[in-house]
Design a protein around this ligand. Sequence first.
Ligand code: HEC
Length: 149
Amino acid sequence: MKKMLMTLAAITIACVTHAQAADVTWQKDIKPLFDSNCLSCHGKENPEHDEFAKDKKGYTEKNIGMRIDTYSHLITYVGWPYTGALIRRLDDGTSREDKKPGNMYEHLGATDAERKANLATFKAWVGNWSVKRWKDITKEELDAIQAKY
Ligand code: HEC
């Protein structure tokens, strides 16, 4: 009986997670969130990832981030080549090895409640919240990423 209940609970959780992920899109949910919380440092005037990398320290000191304002840019920080970067930066500490929040977590909102809610939206959008890098992530874990346009 206990086993059956646990299976049922697992199925329910899987369905709920799936339904949420299916409903969340970049256009509808992530873009507005990104525009109000992230765009000021990651907009279209900002350097591309590899351009940024040429002077990481200089840009960072001026609070200038790399360009991440489009779906095409953002997806490279989820899937490839910067696998899991968005997850590592936005995580509240729960999924990170050091258990500390990623350094972009604070930008998710002005209050803890707002940050939590916005993190949940990002999580539902990604579908598989894995902090792993390209060298560690499995094909199955990549398959579980939703990140819908
Ligand atoms: C006040 C400016 C600022 C804001 C606002 C900001 N960022 Fe950043 N972000 C930076 C800077 C500067 C860097 C590069 C330095 C570093 O790696 O920490 C960075 C780095 C990143 C990276 C790492 C990319 C990589 O190469 O691994 C990601 C992902 C990211 N930001 C996402 C976000 C998201 C999502 C938001 C909004 C919730 C956000 N940032 C808000 C300034 C900002």
